[in-house]
Design a protein around this ligand. Structure first.
Ligand SMILES: NC(=O)c1ccc[n+]([C@@H]2O[C@H](COP(=O)([O-])OP(=O)(O)OC[C@H]3O[C@@H](n4cnc5c(N)ncnc54)[C@H](O)[C@@H]3O)[C@@H](O)[C@H]2O)c1
Length: 270
């Protein structure tokens, strides 16, 4: 059900790869709530062509940008402001790539070229996006920027590998830039720490299905879905959450604060 929570707002959505993507689900919800959006992804991801379906439904232009390329990012923000005829009210950073995980390398056997790339795509890119917007003065006052994180930033999940370190850096950048953007322009920056969801990025982690079942059993409300994450992002982009900034917001059905649950104990006693 739509509530016009984003009526008149304009946003950029990074990271819609296919219909399972958290960014894809969020793009649909933002438009349902009255927003106008620009979609962006890496040129190589755009070649799959899937995003054109979403662009048609959302009546949104697609502007390519590799998040590790500053020229691409400047072009994206400039073209988006041209398209909207003004500044931007929200940004979703829904981008990650674990290079070592992809190449099957464990945390104790990292390739550091891959490791650099992982940090650049998955964490530094948030700084790159924010710094580009800041220098171009591309965001309206009270604009809201959200990046997606995972609880491996705080607690150990062995197969999440180097991505745990990337998420810790991502959350730190949200806090640090959130301070500077808040004081300068009243722009807010937060991360949403989401339950596991079977997407291209999520499904790449070893033992993902078993882990998803475990997380569901550990969470008093069960795992949060991508559509539920989209709803939370809409709330965070809306004016109803204006004073929330520099936070890592758990959206995980209670997983993060549960020591153990009855279903998990029952399973252990079998
Ligand atoms: N799926 C999960 O279980 C889960 C849980 C918590 C957090 N997250 C986070 O949610 C975000 C979105 O992931 P998803 O699960 O929707 O998977 P996804 O694979 O659908 O999305 C990842 C996106 O990152 C994009 N990307 C990769 N390299 C890029 C680059 N150089 N430039 C621009 N874009 C690039 C991909 O093209 C893709 O669209 C990620 O930050 C992920 O870590 C996912």
């Amino acid at each position: 059900m739509a509530h016009n929570l984003l009526k008149g707002k304009k946003g950029i959505i990074f990271g819609a790869l296919d219909e399972k993507s958290i960014a894809w689900r969020t793009a649909l919800r933002c438009v349902e709530e009255g927003a106008e959006i620009v979609l962006t992804n890496a040129p190589i991801a755009l070649r799959m062509g899937e995003i054109n379906k979403l662009a048609e439904t959302c009546k949104a232009p697609v502007i390519p940008a590799d998040v590790t390329n500053m020229d691409d990012l400047a072009n994206l923000f400039n073209k988006s402001m041209e398209h909207f005829g003004g500044k931007i009210d929200f940004v979703l950073h829904s981008v990650a790539m674990g290079m070592n995980i992809r190449k099957g390398r464990s945390y104790t056997d990292l390739d550091y070229d891959f490791n650099h790339k992982t940090f650049d795509i998955s964490a530094m890119s948030l700084h790159r996006v924010l710094q580009t917007a800041y220098k171009l003065d591309a965001l309206n006052e009270w604009a809201s920027v959200i990046a997606l994180s995972y609880i491996a930033a705080q607690r150990v999940f062995p197969d999440y590998g180097e991505m745990a370190d990337a998420k810790a850096l991502l959350e730190s950048i949200a806090r640090s830039f959130g301070y500077h953007y808040g004081t300068a322009k009243k722009v807010r920056v937060n991360t949403i720490s989401q339950s596991p969801v079977k997407t291209t990025a999520g499904g790449g982690v070893k033992g993902f299905d078993g882990f998803m079942t475990y997380a569901d059993a550990m969470s008093p409300l069960g795992n949060a879905t991508a559509d539920e994450c989209a709803n939370y992002a809409v709330a965070m982009f809306s004016d109803l959450t204006k004073m929330v900034t520099m936070q890592n917001l758990f959206h995980d059905g209670g997983f993060s604060f549960t020591g153990v649950s009855k279903p998990v104990i029952d399973q252990m006693e079998k």
